[in-house]
Design a protein around this ligand. Structure first.
Ligand SMILES: O=C(O)CCC(=O)C(=O)O
Ligand SMILES: [Fe+2]
Length: 294
């Protein structure tokens, strides 16, 4: 096996090569600059979201040491003000909660046009119909943190960084065994400051560290562990998606402790991708996944 400790950065990547050299090989990659032409790339900002939908109710998460996730609900206006206050004075203001996994395209459909041309040809055709329904946004202050985890359905992840920079530390799925898993998808090690005393096996792990800049697209294969720290106030979104092959692999993960609820969502996606049942039918049942906290 080739050991990599760096992520490849590409400036142009046609879909065929994306599939054969990265998706089929389970290899992460950054595609730089591709989304700079989007209208949203120049217009999206915290202030823009606040003015567009001040009264929109959103939820934000607080991650704790015990891996417990607390949810709080507030308006977009209030949330942006909390971030702005924090950025102005970090001494007196607490770090705001992190707006994490928000299906913002469904909540503000006017934003869909801003994300064109969307690289649909990276995805299986099944996702093309109303692709934006599968996207989840991450909006937060600098210092916001997502602890080490993998995406719970063992999907592929294409991550779009619009505004601000993020520090990623990722580990391929074969290194999960060195990271002290807790529950299905979370891990105890902090890869930015590993406590080798408490977690000695982590010495064998091969973390890959890099910064994702505005305009970058990051691809992570199924089961990639990722720890993400915002270096600036940030706007990003991702799309979690299966290929027929990854959906079948994910179903097989029931033997490795995947929760039944996840199995249900993976079953639906397999019905779509493998048995070709239309997204119109599947989405009705899949929709609740977008508010699923795990
Ligand atoms: O940007 C973040 O803080 C987390 C991103 C993430 O976990 C994901 O895209 O699955
Ligand atoms: Fe994730």
């Amino acid at each position: 096996m080739i050991v990599v400790n760096e992520i490849e950065r590409r400036y142009k990547l046609i879909s065929q090569e994306f599939k054969s050299n990265y998706v089929d090989c389970g290899k992460p990659v950054i595609i730089s600059g591709a989304i700079k032409k989007w209208h949203g790339f120049d217009t999206w900002s915290l202030e823009y979201f606040k003015n567009l939908s001040p009264n929109l109710n959103i939820y934000a998460k607080k991650f704790s040491q015990t891996q417990e996730i607390k949810l709080c609900s507030l308006t977009m206006e209030k949330y942006v003000e909390l971030i702005q206050a924090y950025e102005q004075n970090k001494q007196i203001n607490d770090l705001p909660p992190y707006c994490h996994d928000l299906p913002l395209f469904s909540l503000i459909p006017a934003l869909i046009e801003d994300a064109q041309p969307f690289p649909l040809d990276y995805l299986p055709k099944w996702y093309w119909y109303k692709w934006w329904r599968y996207c989840q946004f991450f909006i937060g202050a600098s210092d916001s943190l997502t602890p080490l985890h993998f995406d719970c359905l063992l999907t592929n992840n294409i991550f779009f960084q619009i505004s601000g920079r993020k520090q990623f530390t990722i580990l391929l799925s074969e290194d999960a065994k060195y990271c002290y898993r807790q529950g299905w998808r979370w891990f105890l090690v902090n890869p930015e400051l590993p406590d080798f005393h408490k977690y000695p096996d982590y010495k064998n792990a091969r973390p890959i560290k890099f910064i994702v800049n505005p305009g970058d697209i990051l691809y992570m294969p199924p089961g990639t562990l990722h720890h993400v720290r915002s270096l600036d106030p940030s706007i990003s979104f991702n799309i979690d998606w299966h290929t027929p092959k990854s959906s079948l692999n994910a179903l097989a993960a029931i033997a490795k402790g995947m929760p039944v609820q996840n199995l249900y969502y993976n079953f639906l996606l397999t019905m779509g991708l493998v048995l070709k049942i239309s997204p119109q039918i599947i989405f009705k049942f899949y929709k609740s996944y977008l508010n699923y906290v795990s």
